[in-house]
Design a protein around this ligand. Structure first.
Ligand code: FE
Length: 167
């Protein structure tokens, strides 16, 4: 008779793939959830989700650093508008309040982000994309695997994306 062994799942979730950093990252962004300065062009956008490890366990106090272009396709390279870092809550969740970035040069609209589970963990640098953008397929940097889910909400849009990172 076959010996009964406890069933332990070894299944892991695929890690969120990296996407290139691009030329506009600036270290030292302020810690904040709302990264929109006064008079920033762009439609209101909220991005939410969680950071988890490859076993699907949420990671509390993971670091996320966001930066992106404004609603006219411009980056703030002098100051820190549309730049900010934050940490996940006890349930591994993050919440970003921003505006929808516009395309620039050959790029389709995207949000840059760096994510790190803990201080000594590897940093994931990637980009989040919007479904249904005409330029997605023409942008050589675009990845379907980092497409967000986006829905219209009163006053703007709400996007969700869950990150799976190495710990
Ligand atoms: Fe960019």
């Amino acid at each position: 008779m076959k010996k009964l062994t406890p069933k332990i799942s070894k299944k892991t979730i695929a890690l969120t793939p990296p996407v290139e950093e691009g030329p506009y990252y600036k270290p030292g962004s302020p810690e904040r959830n709302n990264i929109v300065g006064p008079d920033t062009p762009g439609k209101k956008l909220v991005v939410e989700g969680c950071v988890m490890d490859a076993k699907g366990q949420p990671i509390a106090h993971a670091w996320l650093d966001f930066w992106h272009a404004d609603g006219s396709g411009a980056y703030d390279n002098e100051g820190f508008n549309l730049r900010g870092h934050q940490y996940t809550d006890k349930d591994g969740r993050y919440h970003l309040e921003t505006v929808r970035p516009h395309q620039y040069l050959f790029r389709t609209p995207h949000i840059h982000v760096k994510v790190r589970a803990a201080e000594n963990s590897p940093v994931l640098t990637t980009q989040l994309f919007f479904p249904g953008e005409k330029r997605n397929e023409k942008d050589p940097i675009f990845k379907t695997r980092t497409l967000m889910n986006v829905e219209d909400v009163p006053g703007g849009q709400k996007a969700t994306f869950d990150f799976v990172v190495e710990i």
